[in-house]
Design a protein around this ligand. Structure first.
Ligand code: BG6
Length: 474
């Protein structure tokens, strides 16, 4: 058998993409609430355009999302029916600290997550909790400039103290920041950053990143103090870069692009700023302000495991003409002529998952956890309301086969696998509902129409079988 007996099979979601209830029971407004559907979204999530309040005529998908706030019992029972061993979800910071800088938490917010964790426990599902999945209370954005301010470290520490103590015994696995490297590509969504015209954007991003890295180390420290059983992981938006050609410049460029992402995990997992990053920061004239004790904190509080999302590999080149043709998603990449792509242009590369797993394991030698993977596709229910999503089954089975190879043939230590958007939810990149990843269909369209009714797709029973056979029967 390839996978461990206690392999953590499951699915993943994020608060702002599924909960809704954006203003209920004392929840404060967060950056992610203000990302509209449609053309303006990219400008907002990348911090290039400012949208600090709801604008008439725009659709804000996070406001209601799939209303898991009121459907969590039904949703978790469906996860249990598939045999989930774990459910990855995130906490909305502004539900617990509506402004972010209060000293006392909002009890209603704490109770909401306690109910969810207890519901999971009822079915023997282990929660895997992301402390921040792209969200930052808007009050912290407006008053402090979000993660550009050192004060955020203290507010985050306060959040961690509260949740670790409150959920001790209910939650064992924690992730500090979702896709921490996203701060470079979508700084408003990733870290609540927006820029003034005079800002050196790289300076702001790397200073904010330092604050997040310190906050992450503090979180790891507190978790271990509160409960030595707690395991804390970092989380990378992964996907190995291939050189476009064997030209040495392309090969070196692919390494540089990988390092751009690994920088964060190098600090979180090895405990220090890597030499290549120090040189690069120096060349760019970026000076990171540190406080006494920061380097020691980073060194002494490395993560227990390394988690990552994987959707696609990427391609790097120094060829200006090819680069000019690059378009698309948050991670712009030259197209790989050997790969097919999804309806949203994301290239499909199961072998790339095996390569990525090997790269990361070679680098860190810590247990790995794939916490996101999946195919965003348009689903059309048939006359009986049933979605026959063979394309999703194909995608997932090929990726699970690749991870099996990484474990069985390459010896990678893999703890678990949670597919992204196990229930249809709002797309982070586009705000659409029609970009669906789930085993469970949710009746809602991009404009917000629909009954929110949940129904099982064909992939639901397929994944149930995969879990029941511990990945033997794909
Ligand atoms: C990851 C995020 O970047 O990719 C998720 O952690 C996101 O929040 C997922 O939803 C898929 O991207 P998208 O844009 O298709 O929702």
């Amino acid at each position: 058998m390839a996978f461990r007996k206690d392999f953590l099979w499951g699915g993943a979601t994020a608060a702002n993409q599924c909960e809704g209830g954006y203003n209920l029971d004392g929840r404060g407004l967060a950056n992610v609430d203000l990302a509209p559907l449609g053309e303006k979204r990219m400008g907002v999530i990348t911090g290039q355009d400012k949208m600090f309040e709801f604008v008439d005529g725009e659709i804000y998908p996070a406001k209601e999302a799939i209303d898991m706030y009121h459907h969590y019992e039904e949703d978790i029972s469906l996860f249990a029916e598939m045999g989930f061993k774990t459910y990855r979800m995130s906490i909305a910071w502004s539900r617990i600290f509506p402004r972010g800088d209060e000293s006392e938490p909002n009890e209603a917010g704490l109770e909401f997550y306690e109910k969810i964790f207890k519901e999971c426990k009822k079915y023997g599902i282990e929660p895997l909790v992301t402390i921040t999945h792209f969200d930052c209370p808007m009050y912290l954005v407006e008053k402090y400039g979000a993660w550009r301010s050192r004060e955020l470290v203290g507010f985050y520490e306060n959040l961690c103290n509260v949740i670790f103590n409150r959920y001790k015994g209910l939650v064992k696995y924690w992730l500090t920041f979702n896709e921490i490297n996203m701060i470079l590509h979508a700084p408003f969504m990733g870290a609540g950053l927006y820029f003034a015209p005079e800002d050196n954007q790289d300076q702001v991003k790397y200073q904010a990143a330092h604050h997040e890295l310190v906050a992450s180390a503090i979180a790891t420290k507190i978790a271990h103090e509160v409960d030595p059983e707690m395991k804390v992981g970092c989380m990378l938006a992964a996907g190995a870069y291939y050189p476009y050609s064997p030209k040495p410049e392309d090969v070196f460029e692919s390494r540089q692009k990988d390092r751009e992402s690994y920088f964060f995990i190098d600090v979180q997992s090895r405990g220090e700023y890597p030499a290549y990053a120090l040189k690069e920061l120096e060349r760019k004239g970026i000076e990171i302000k540190m406080e006494d004790g920061d380097l020691e904190l980073l060194r002494e509080n490395t993560v227990d495991f390394v988690s990552f999302s994987y959707y696609s590999s990427r391609v790097a080149t120094t060829d200006e003409e090819l680069l000019a043709k690059t378009e698309g998603n948050i991670f712009a990449s030259v197209a790989n002529p050997y790969l097919k792509a999804s309806e949203w242009g994301w290239q499909i590369d199961p072998m790339g998952l095996r390569i990525t797993l090997n790269d990361i394991y070679d680098r860190y030698q810590k247990p790995l956890f794939i916490v996101e993977n999946g195919l965003g596709a348009k689903d059309t229910p048939n006359e009986n309301g049933y979605v026959v999503d063979d394309y999703r089954i194909d995608y997932l089975s090929q990726h699970i086969q690749a991870m099996k190879d990484a474990v069985e043939l390459d010896g990678v230590d893999l703890m678990g696998y949670t597919t992204w958007g196990c229930i249809d939810l709002v797309s982070a990149g586009t705000g659409q509902m029609s970009k669906r990843y789930g085993f469970i269909y949710v009746d809602k369209d991009d404009e917000g129409n629909g009954t929110l009714k949940r129904s099982k797709k064909k992939s639901f029973d397929w994944y149930k079988k995969v879990i029941a056979t511990n990945g033997e029967d794909l």
